[in-house]
Write a protein that binds this ligand. Structure first.
Ligand code: OGA
Ligand code: MN
Length: 294
């Protein structure tokens, strides 16, 4: 039994786990304990880790199939590479504040859950701090499970039992119409998910919502968007939020079924690089009950 310790990140959700070397979690018993913490606390922080890309992939695969949004873009024989959230070009220069690339990073400043626009959404994102900034650049998490549990009934009633439609280009359009037109944001048909995700392990419900959400069943688009905005505003009040200031070697893992996240601004002339691997949900994660007719 590894002697690891946990410490709460906030009073509502999230734990920091110490005493585990994530390079060695392939032992099923150790991973079983990590997975149990993930189901219970929705967000896990490990510090001082030194994971290679290969070890990062091994860890993600324990959660589920690795998400590969660029499968259709790669030529034959080109290997999958761990995606980075980065403002550093291949030649080492830094993308300018108004570059489409930087604007895409800024779209991450809108509260979201990853990949709600994919036919199979993400269960988790495992982010690793590679190059960090001297100020700003925190990643914030908000528990839609804790928020749902304390949401007033009249707000709950506006969304309970309904489906929400998600589209990648919708979140990009909020930042830049030009960005939204890029092919990479228009590859998938609109997705229709139940507004509430029930965790099959512990039965806890969480609001499943994102910046990608553009329509709520039973309302016209404007009315629906106003309710979606109201719901996100409720869920992201300070008591439901953990703000993570990055250090190199930090590993942050969260449950996309129950947590919203966003990036925050930094001085754009500074490099910032996070490795980011999503693992997709499987049936065991409760996806079947989320699908609504399209
Ligand atoms: C992501 C993301 C936010 C950040 O990797 O999915 O939204 O802080 N990142 O860069
Ligand atoms: Mn994200």
């Amino acid at each position: 039994m590894p002697a690891f310790k946990t410490r709460p990140l906030t009073s509502e959700f999230g734990v920091q786990v110490s005493g585990i070397d994530l390079a060695e979690v392939s032992n099923p018993r150790v991973f079983g304990q990590i997975r149990a913490l993930f189901e219970e606390h929705s967000a896990l922080l490990f510090r001082g880790q030194d994971l290679s890309d290969a070890q990062h992939k091994q860890l993600a695969e324990l959660f589920g199939p690795i998400e590969d949004r660029k499968a259709d873009e790669r030529k034959k024989g080109e290997a999958f590479e761990v995606p980075v959230v980065s403002n550093v070009r291949e030649d080492g220069s830094i993308t300018e504040e108004m570059d489409l690339h930087t604007l895409n990073l800024k779209s991450n400043f809108l509260w979201h859950s990853d990949s709600t626009f994919l036919p199979t959404p993400a269960l988790t994102n495992i982010l690793i701090g590679r190059v960090v900034t001297t100020e700003g650049g925190a990643t914030e998490l908000a528990s839609t499970r804790a928020a749902w549990a304390s949401m007033p009934e009249d707000l709950k009633a506006k969304v309970r039992g309904r489906g929400i439609w998600h589209r990648y280009s919708h979140s990009r359009r909020k930042i830049s119409p030009e960005l939204a037109k890029l092919p990479m944001f228009n590859k998938w048909p609109d997705q229709h998910w139940n507004a509430l995700w029930r965790n099959p392990v512990n039965g806890r419900e969480a609001l499943y919502i994102a910046s990608h959400a553009f329509k709520l069943d039973g309302y016209d688009e404007a009315e629906g968007q106003a309710i979606l905005d109201e719901l996100i505003t409720f869920c992201t009040q300070p008591q439901f939020v953990y703000a993570h200031s990055w250090r190199v070697g930090d590993v942050l893992i969260w449950d996309q079924r129950a947590v919203l996240h966003r990036g925050t601004p930094w001085p754009y002339e500074q490099p910032r690089v996070l490795s980011s691997l999503c693992a997709s949900v499987t049936e065991a994660d409760g996806i079947d009950r989320m699908r609504m007719p399209t």
